[in-house]
Design a protein around this ligand. Structure first.
Ligand code: WT7
Length: 657
């Protein structure tokens, strides 16, 4: 596998930041963790699992006989919500703050662990009243408000399975996810506040359920957030507050088998159809809790933790809704965007709540960098003591800025690599142990076994690049793709015998530290969100103007990658088609409607041909050269070698301005 030249420079990074002696003295993670895990990996995981409360203790740690379908702790019984709430209240921490909610308009609300438990019990009783049974699927389509977490916890509490759909996805995307999971109930809100405005959500649910779609849905539970008028289907729709007000407040959590399904979360792959990634109960919570405690050095009762991710993504599941609550953490959640009312908003929140652990994405850091260090001048960020990064490689420049401007040159940075599929962090420094290195995610966590391998499946040595694989099962691993076990085997386990292939390329430096090189498949990473080229291509060709489309991820200074599309228009529609600029706007809006605004191409090039190999495969590599404004690479495998001249000729002639 070839490694991009700019990566080669990174590997000569010589800066190291060792933890301070004060940090080491108080650190949660001790170096023995690595030794323990090495000596007896399964015993190590059993110890981590026993940090949780088991309704029925497990006797077997791992059953890997039916590979690649793992069973962890599978003769044990556990209740996720009991572990996140009841157990802390029973231990006398009921008055500890669980959530500081900051609404975008400036409203705020505080939930102690006892408050949260009461709300979750009521919500669980509402689910039972609506006939939700263990194993039933519940779709959650919500803004970033406390009720989103309450809903997830309540679904888990009664043993049902949630499928959270990010509020930025369109009605069509929502409908496709509801149908695939055959959800019985949808929990939503009238809307949420974003960028200073009320942004509606309920209309998208109404549209998703219209025209005979999503027949499995019996009810829609609606949280009142914005107070805007909503259409109402009586008999089907109910207000959350009315229902929660009409049920008993007591609910006793029962244990479910450790392999009982907890949630489905859809993510993009290399095909047009999103995959429903399935996670189960005991192993998931074990690893979410373990990583949250050790990677962020969480001191419950002292730290104020803030992860800026939305619950619509895996980060919002593992590091907002589950890991922190399992650990009894106090956390901040924020509804809106970082620029509302201005770019100081996050730093205002850090100051207001004395945030000590901040977990965010490189794309956000780069947006703040663009504004400059003055963005934090008026705020006191001295409470910050640990910084986390996730979603995409963090370039050393952004890493240094994060350390300096946000972390006051003292807070360790943990660059955490993981995926929707891995369920929890897999590669990261441990603060208090690791001397950190700008730009590298460094090493697999204790208990995790990974290898960078070449095309033949052999481990590469220091200084070499290859495919990132996971060589041993791990507790929070996906248990499959909803409804499609074959696709699970094929996607993750077929390329290299006995190893999970993550889709990422990586390089080992001379110290044996890992540098993530991005995806080696047709998956893009825009602002830390995964988008599939095939999915956007299929959205584009569903428009009557488009005959053919090819999508690539092009490097972008702020978002990491940006969506760039090349389209061939249909001759039969030429009469209706206006200028390229008009067409581009129409098609961008069309993609937003089909998938959601996050998938909108940044640039659309109208072309007359696409570069294809003799077997008809689009050569995205060449299109990426165009999109990134580079000289075109080797074209010898093209069926028609003049195609690239035609494309670049037309683009340079300004046909797309
Ligand atoms: C893909 C997974 C894990 C939560 C957010 C994204 C990329 C993730 C890093 C990192 C370099 C990273 C990988 C991975 N990625 N974290 N620290 N350094 N790349 O979850 O949507 O499932 O995407 O995000 O390419 O495969 P996701």
């Amino acid at each position: 596998m070839s490694v991009a030249p700019e990566i080669e420079n990174l590997l000569h990074e010589t800066r190291r930041f060792a933890p301070s002696s004060e940090f080491v003295a108080d650190a949660i993670a001790k170096p023995e963790l690595y030794e323990k895990a090495k000596t007896d990996r399964l015993q190590f995981w059993a110890e981590q699992a026993n940090e949780l409360h088991w309704h029925k203790p497990f006797t077997q740690v791992l059953d890997w006989s039916n590979t690649p379908f793992a069973k962890w702790f599978h003769d044990g019984e556990i209740n996720v919500s009991y572990n996140c709430l009841d157990r802390h209240v029973e231990a006398g921490w009921g008055k500890r703050v669980a959530l500081f909610f900051e609404g975008e308009p400036g409203d705020s609300k505080v939930y102690t662990y006892l408050d949260l438990l009461i709300e979750v019990k009521k919500a669980a009783n509402v689910l039972l009243k609506l006939g939700v049974q263990p194993g039933d699927r519940v779709a959650i389509y919500m803004p970033m408000i406390p009720e989103a977490i309450i809903a997830m916890q309540a679904v888990a509490r009664v043993g049902a399975v949630h499928s959270v759909v990010f509020g930025g996805f369109s009605a069509d995307s929502l409908a496709a996810r509801i149908e695939d999971a055959e959800a019985k109930l949808v929990i939503t809100a009238d809307g949420g506040f974003r960028k200073g405005k009320a942004s509606p959500l309920k209309p998208a649910v109404d549209e998703a359920l219209s025209g005979g779609k999503c027949q499995t849905v019996e009810n829609v539970l609606v949280v009142k957030r914005t107070g805007n008028d909503v259409d109402w289907t009586s008999g089907r729709d109910m207000w959350w507050h009315e229902e929660l007000g009409a049920v008993e407040t007591e609910h006793v959590a029962q244990g479910f088998n450790a392999e009982h399904p907890l949630f489905i979360l859809y993510t993009s792959g290399t095909t047009g159809k999103p995959k429903g990634i399935l996670h189960t109960t005991g192993g998931y919570l074990t690893q979410a809790g373990y990583t949250h405690r050790n990677v962020f050095d969480l001191h419950p009762g002292q730290d104020i933790y803030w992860c800026t991710a939305d619950v619509g993504w895996i980060t919002g599941h593992s590091y907002v809704a589950y890991g922190p609550l399992a650990n009894g953490a106090t956390q901040v959640i924020y509804e809106g965007t970082p620029d509302s009312p201005d770019w100081g908003r996050w730093w205002d929140i850090v100051q207001k709540y004395h945030v000590s652990i901040l977990y965010t994405a490189p794309t956000a850091i780069r947006s703040f960098m663009k504004i400059g260090r003055s963005v934090t001048t008026h705020y006191d960020l001295s409470s910050i003591r640990v910084l986390g990064s996730v979603g995409e490689p963090i370039n050393p420049e952004a890493w240094m800025w994060y350390r300096d401007v946000i972390g006051g040159n003292k807070a360790p940075i943990v660059d955490t690599w993981w995926q929707t599929e891995t369920g929890a962090i897999m590669i990261s420094p441990l603060p208090g142990i690791t001397a950190t290195k700008p730009g590298s995610a460094q090493v697999a966590l204790p208990g995790i076994e990974m290898a960078v391998i070449d095309d033949d499946g052999n481990k590469v040595g220091a200084g070499h690049g290859g495919y990132l694989t996971i060589t041993e099962p791990w507790p929070s691993m996906l248990r499959g793709i909803w409804g499609d076990p074959e696709r699970y085997k094929e996607t993750y386990w077929s390329r290299f015998e006995g190893k999970y292939f993550a889709g990422d390329g990586a390089k080992l430096d001379e110290d044996g530290d890992l540098w993530l090189l991005g995806r080696v498949d047709d998956v893009m990473n825009v602002s830390g969100h995964r988008l599939s080229t095939a999915e956007i291509e299929s959205a584009l060709v569903s428009h009557p103007f488009v005959a053919e489309a090819a999508v690539v991820g092009a490097k972008d200074e702020t978002t990491g990658q940006a969506v760039v599309a090349f389209v061939i228009l249909r001759r039969s529609h030429m009469d209706e088609i206006g200028s390229d600029a008009d067409t581009s706007k129409i098609l961008r809006d069309h993609v937003a409607k089909e998938i959601g605004p996050i998938a909108k191409p940044r640039t659309i090039f109208v072309v007359s041909e696409l570069p294809k190999t003799r077997s008809g495969k689009i050569m995205r590599r060449l299109l990426r050269d165009v999109a990134e404004d580079r000289p075109i690479g080797d074209v010898t495998t093209l069926a028609d070698t003049s195609v690239m001249d035609t494309i670049t000729g037309r683009i340079n002639a300004g046909a797309n301005d």
